[in-house]
Ligand binder design. Sequence first.
Ligand SMILES: *Cc1c(COP(=O)(O)O)cnc(C)c1O
Length: 450
Amino acid sequence: MKNWIKKDAKYIWHPYTQMKDCGELPPVFVKKAKGIRLYDENGKAYYDTISSWWCNIHGHNHPLIAEAIKNQLKVLDHVLFAGFTHKPAILLAEKLLGIAPKKLEKVFFSDNGSTAVEVAIKMSFQYWRNKGKKEKKLFVCLDRGYHGDTIGAMSVSGESLFNEIFKPLLFQSIKVHSPYCYRCPEGKEKSQCKTDCFKHLESIVKKQHGKISGIILEPLLMAAGGMIVYPLEYLIKASRLAREYNIHLLIDEIATGFGRTGKMFACNHGNISPDFLCLSKGMTSGTLPLGATLTTNDIYNAFYDDYDKRKTFFHGHTFTANPIACSAGMASLEIFEKEETLKKIQEVIPFFHTRLEEFRNLPFVGDVRSIGMVGAIELVKNKETKEPFGFSERIGYKIYKNGLKEGIILRPLGDIIYFFLPLCVSKTELEDILIKTGKVVNNLLKQYYI
Ligand SMILES: *Cc1c(COP(=O)(O)O)cnc(C)c1O
């Protein structure tokens, strides 16, 4: 293992990583994986509680997905998707549209989450140009939202540690207060909440809708922003507002899609039917990169014209709709049916939420929140004032380090410990995960509270 780590340090630059940290804490050298566990070269197991960056769905190395990939590889590996098409893409598009909100009738494939978002932004923007409404070019977004790391996706994300340095490169967007209930922008308690914070979004749209192309939202869960779960009412109101003022609703289900919130899509909790639905992460159950932007026939038709009228959508990626990735996507959706995945998790979810709630009484826990297979514990220095731990204390990093020793991947977002569980997790595994988490967190934080 040491040898590999040495080579890694010599040749590789990892994402979202201060490489200097790797001197003290080298990356885990993962040799294999099965179900919810990763194994290093010594055979030590780690619970993959974050679904390998939120993309694994049915557990690692699911045999049916492996088989689908192998079979597809024997027939067609890859082909360009302009002027050519293939069965895996057609089947997957049909299947996706069958389960997606009903207004969505076309699929535009790409190859990751950020590009699925870029596509939605560019399509929305060009739609208004094609319709002769050039002034509609602004996007409204939440100040804690996250939509990816490319320039366009960063431009419609909230301002954060991740993107502040790139601010001079970003295009202008309108950021509104997020519905972050624990730190309510209206200073309210949960019991008095009437989604008053919605008025920020509402007043912007009322005033500026003539200049607005669309609203972009992560539905019900702002994931990278801190696993912030927000009321369905807010999402429903936003959807109505978009319709009322004739602006697009761009829903980013890259994190929430494919069962993570307990339903196939977070939109299904409130019968939301957006103009754009961005998908990626869970689409191939975390096996291969694939992205998709689903849209309506109304949008599609605004681009449908003679070539020389310049209404064409000039956008595409080399690996658009890669046949192997599409086959993996099909296999993943078939597993949902075969294994009745969504039905099975209905039993695990209440157990998970109840057990997670037990953390709330600890002296350093400010908030506990959950939706479906996602849960978060927000740590605070002071429960009364909700004062967070300082950046320099690196609480998250310490928890991560200690978690690895215990054989569990805890990769806090700042001071927010979270679980983003694959849908295959059993109650027994979950119990073990939460016991191990309790141990790690208690051991680390009790020193602050003696
Ligand atoms: C991860 C994520 C993205 C970006 O996806 P990538 O594949 O990492 O580019 C976009 N939106 C949301 C909500 C995400 O969680």
